[in-house]
Design a protein around this ligand. Sequence first.
Ligand code: ADE
Length: 423
Amino acid sequence: MQTEVSSKGDVKNFGLADKGKVRIEWADSTMPVLRMIRERFADEQPLAGVKIAACLHVTTETANLVRTLKAGGASVFLCASNPLSTQDDVAAALNVHYDIPTFAIKGEDRDTYFGHIDAVLNSNPNMTMDDGNDLVTRIHQDRRELLDAIFGGTEETTTGVIRLQSMTADGALAYPIVAVNEADTKHLFDNRYGTGQSTIDGLLRATNMLLAGKRVAVAGYGWCGRGLASRLSGLGANVIVTEINPTRALEAVMDGYLAMPMEEAAKVADLIITVTGNLNVLDRRHFAVMKDGVVIANTGHFNDEINIPALESLASSRTLLRDFVEQFDVNGRKIYLLAEGRLLNLSAAEGHPAAVMDMSFANQALSAEYLQQKKAELSPGVYIVPTEIDQEIARLKLASMNIDIDVLTPEQELYINSWQSGT
Ligand code: ADE
């Protein structure tokens, strides 16, 4: 792989910068809430002097977030939160046109990936911004000397929040982190509608397969699984849900899907997509019973939901058929693995649309401001995004869509806050 390093960042090709800038501006045109925050930040400079190390998917939407942080006075250093999700033109544009050191190359190997994480950490940050907790893990395991300068962080995704909760339970977390994922204006929209649509976008770009009439198993019925199941169903697929949580399985059944164990689903599915956040959800025993021609993919954060080493060991051969589609020959059957089991929506497509990332990244920007304002008061731990911030983002998003809503009358206000009236 040919890459280019400068005194700023490390990218595939700085020559892609102009193309990246145009695409960043295109995304910005459907990110009105983040744009409003950027304009206010430019006036008020709430992040003046703050150094932020960010480990996020390097996309056009992320570019608009880091521009916003910089407009607010921060110095931002960006690396990728997945080796396959980087948009190389965006990484180039951030370095060349926005003066934001960015270290990210689509398809980078493991050493390069962690080298880039260290490169942003070498800025000696005051704040971390993670999508999957890789910065926090690196700091707590190997770079503890950095802790003195860090007053807080944010986390974008479910997988990262789960890891932060484990760290808190172990007494290991050394600074306060805002779990952006837990904001309603994040997971109800990004996880549900964003993952639902962008996963199908990745699937279709990679395979161009017809979904109508297909049996599709969705592993996991969290917000991402719910969104994915509903979009697949809308395109005519017959959806099967696999779950370990009885309430979620029941919900899937009442939403109109079949629920069954993966051992059964694997025998009948034409397509299986994992989105659980857990390990080896598709394992050796499932590969053994899959139908000839089954397509398997993952849209959860890490690439360990499908046990690829087990699949490799079962396969007599492995062939790349087209970008992001690999054929494994297993006992006379073909199993097609998409995007190396990495998150399909960001590997084979562009991730969630800008209109939904607008709210996720408004939460990121306002959480960064909140941490800066409250740094003297917050002790190590995981914090939710304050409700006022969450609701303000919903209000601004509705306003940008020219949608008004009702307000309580004084009579209703009184009624809803009293307990005396009843039947
Ligand atoms: N996560 C999911 N979609 C994304 C996008 N478009 N940009 C950054 N992070 C994402």
